[in-house]
Design a protein around this ligand. Structure first.
Ligand code: CAA
Length: 282
């Protein structure tokens, strides 16, 4: 996909705004959609701050202002009609994603690829909700998107080679390293990361150590940039629970059962940094 083309991004949460930003950094015109104007306003502020930091360090090819201007925001999905490529990064909820890809399928021009940033839902199933299953693929970014180098590419059962090549090319244009994972629960990253986070919650539940010491164990003992509990708060405890539930349900092994303490935190609204309280208080 040529850099002057237009990319749509659905969802202005932490992943969506990061994807819009790296898209603009790559020179794409970006249309960022969210049904909440408040979320879009917050996303614009986050993007400006991040671009400012990167510009200060000389990491942008253009000024932060010029890069920022490549991103238009909208609360009207119809405005994505001219897009040449769309990345769906809405909430990690099956029904929301299914409805969105259906609407996009009806709206977008023939031949346009719909990439989904799901962290655990089957790409094959998401694709099956459209009439262009061969043009749907997984494109899984990591948080914080402007800093983390990985994009995990996932082929659904019907994803065409050409579609997957486009997803790889767009990822690489965005400065990311692309790996290919199978369309299996959690793909590669979350299949490994989420059981570790879940185990950290079991350790906390059992009183094995304090939250801070559990995090220090993995940071100082294993060189992780963040401890698993800190990372759960960063990613969203609700997201961690959603992924653990998919691993448990779809892999059918009790070793993936979500920790009851993690579930309690989600029930309490302790979703992590974004809600002001998770394992830690912000
Ligand atoms: N934009 C621009 N710059 C940013 C930034 C952003 N969004 N976020 C951080 N930075 C910069 C900071 O300004 C800072 O720059 P300097 O060193 O020049 O001051 C640098 O990155 C480091 O940031 P901090 O000093 O704030 O903190 P840190 O050293 O702890 O790094 C971190 C922050 C990069 C997030 C690091 O803690 C980290 O790598 N954590 C692990 C993140 C991770 O595992 N992500 C994957 C989660 S899994 C996922 O996303 C997938 C899923 O499906 C759940």
């Amino acid at each position: 996909m040529a850099k002057s083309q237009t990319s749509g991004v659905i969802g202005a949460g932490s992943l969506g705004n990061g994807i819009a930003q790296v898209g603009a950094q790559a020179g794409y015109h970006v249309i960022l959609f969210d049904n909440s104007q408040e979320q879009l306003t917050r996303a614009t502020g986050t993007i400006q701050k991040s671009l400012g930091k990167l510009a200060e360090k000389g990491k942008l090819k253009d000024t932060a202002d010029n890069v920022g201007k490549l991103i238009k925001t909208t609360t009207r999905l119809e405005e994505l009609k001219p897009c040449d490529f769309v990345i769906e990064a809405a909430s990690e909820n099956r029904q929301i994603k299914f409805k969105l890809v259906q609407d996009l399928d009806a709206l977008l021009n023939k031949g346009v690829v719909i990439a989904t940033n799901t962290s655990s839902i089957s790409i094959t199933e998401i694709a099956s909700k459209t009439k262009r299953a061969e043009l749907v693929a997984g494109m899984h970014f990591m948080n914080p998107v402007p800093i983390m180098t990985l994009v995990e590419g996932i082929r659904g059962l019907q994803t065409s080679d050409e579609c997957f090549k486009t997803v790889r090319e767009v990822s690489e244009n965005m400065g990311k390293v692309f790996i290919e994972a199978k369309d299996a629960p959690g793909f590669a990253v979350n299949r490994i990361l989420m059981p570790m986070i879940n185990e950290a919650f079991f350790a906390l539940q059992e009183g094995l150590a304090t939250p801070k010491d559990i995090d220090q164990a993995m940071k100082l003992g294993c060189g992780f940039p963040m401890g698993p509990l800190e990372l759960a708060d960063f990613v969203g405890v609700d997201i961690c629970l959603a992924v653990c539930e998919v691993l448990h349900r779809d892999l059918g092994d009790s070793k993936y059962r979500p920790c009851p303490l993690m579930r309690k935190y989600v029930e309490a609204g302790w979703h992590g940094r974004k809600s002001g309280r998770g394992v830690y208080v912000y």
